[in-house]
Write a protein that binds this ligand. Structure first.
Ligand SMILES: Nc1nc2c(ncn2[C@@H]2O[C@H](COP(=O)(O)OP(=O)(O)OP(=O)(O)O)[C@@H](O)[C@H]2O)c(=O)[nH]1
Length: 360
């Protein structure tokens, strides 16, 4: 419905919310429309804009705006408005010590200004404005902002009209409350989703993220005619290390190994993951059989070069890893599981043939 339509309907039927049954019917219709907009899904800005648009379409106001407070409730930070006139722009943030809206927020009570020329707090935004009504937008104890309505008619804000705006402010408060909850939930969900993909000890991808990445990589690389390499690196004599130097030292070693795996993966735009326990996986997209051994050997030597003490190792006095690798060419039809199995068997061979070595 356009502004003209709304005015026609209002004039013919309801008398713009003034006393009597017509006024009640109009108020109910406006509240129903505001409520519909308030319940729409979407970002807060869009919801607020639709609400002021509805009010401006239904009532002959010069300006209707929602002035939002910051999270701490210490200053206004944003305004969405609609109406027939423009107001001069504000400077943001707008402190609560300033203006009739600031007074409304400070006192937490509606403010009726019958004649703007006599109110010392009124900030003149347009000389056509004669009267103003401001209502706190509060949900339970939290003040979200102020509903600001300005009129060119000094007699506009009668009891019925003020009652209507009080009710509209309540609906806006509910809309803002739910939009903010929805936004907070979205952030929390994204954070949970991210946490569910990360290994808590090392901060690199966990097994779930690895499985997804391997599937996605195979689906992406094979049609593009590219190979990839999967390396599984398992720390040697790790139980003995834990027994000798304690679990916390073991944890430190795992974090350091994860760092080397992550760097190796990053060099190839790949992914490093904690495969489980003291075992790590590195995915190297674009690597072929010719590069696999070199990549695995480089990983092994970089971890040995960390020189993390492992006095319990019969191989060296430092932490070492055995590495098993599998190569998947573009014509390979094996599933991810089969590829893991190949790398796992190669790892077993590396362990069985002495540890601290590579088997592809
Ligand atoms: N500190 C620490 N140790 C872990 C963690 N996860 C698994 N481990 C330990 O890693 C050790 C793995 O032991 P094994 O599977 O016997 O392997 P290993 O002693 O490294 O022997 P090889 O692999 O045959 O060289 C176990 O003692 C686990 O408790 C962890 O998050 N932190």
């Amino acid at each position: 419905m356009g502004r003209e339509d709304a005015m026609g309907e209002r004039d013919a039927g309801a008398g713009a919310g003034h006393a009597g049954t017509g006024g009640r019917a109009s108020l109910q219709r406006i509240l129903a429309r505001v409520s519909r907009e308030a319940l729409q899904d979407g970002a807060l800005d869009g919801v607020m804009q639709r609400i002021v648009d509805v009010v401006a379409a239904e009532l002959p106001v010069a300006v209707v705006s929602i002035i939002l407070l910051d999270e701490a409730g210490e200053a206004f930070v944003q305004e969405v408005s609609a109406g027939t006139i423009d107001l001069s722009p504000m400077t943001w943030p707008w402190p609560l010590s300033v203006g009739a809206a600031g007074r409304c927020a400070r006192l937490g009570e509606p403010q009726l200004i019958m004649d703007v020329d006599t109110d010392t707090d009124y900030l003149a935004g347009n000389h056509e404005v004669r009267s103003e009504y401001l209502v706190p937008i509060r949900h339970r104890m939290r003040l979200h902002g102020v509903l600001n309505v300005e009129s060119a008619d000094s007699a506009f804000f009668d009891d019925d009209m003020r009652e209507a705006f009080d009710a509209i402010a309540d609906q806006i408060a509910g809309a803002i409350h739910f939009a903010r909850i929805a936004a907070a939930l979205e952030v929390a969900n994204a954070r949970l989703q991210q946490m569910s993909m990360v290994d808590g000890l090392t901060g690199i991808a966990n097994r779930r993220a690895f499985d997804q990445a391997l599937d996605a990589m195979l689906r992406r690389l094979r049609p593009a005619g590219q190979s990839m390499v999967l390396l599984l690196a398992d720390a040697d004599y790790f139980k003995a290390l834990n027994d000798a130097l304690g679990h916390l030292h073991g944890d430190e070693c795992l974090r350091a190994i994860a760092g080397v795996c992550a760097a190796a993966a990053a060099d190839a735009n790949g992914l490093a993951a904690r495969f489980g326990g003291e075992e790590f996986a590195v995915l190297l997209p674009g690597h072929d059989a010719g590069q696999a051994w070199h990549a695995a050997e480089s990983l092994r030597t970089r971890i040995e070069a960390l020189a993390l003490p492992n006095p319990a190792s019969s191989l060296a006095q430092v932490v070492t890893v055995s590495v098993g690798g599998a190569v998947s060419g573009p014509d390979d039809t094996r599933e991810a599981k089969a590829l893991i199995d190949v790398a796992d068997r190669a790892l077993y061979v590396a362990k069985a043939s002495g540890r601290n070595r590579v088997q592809i």
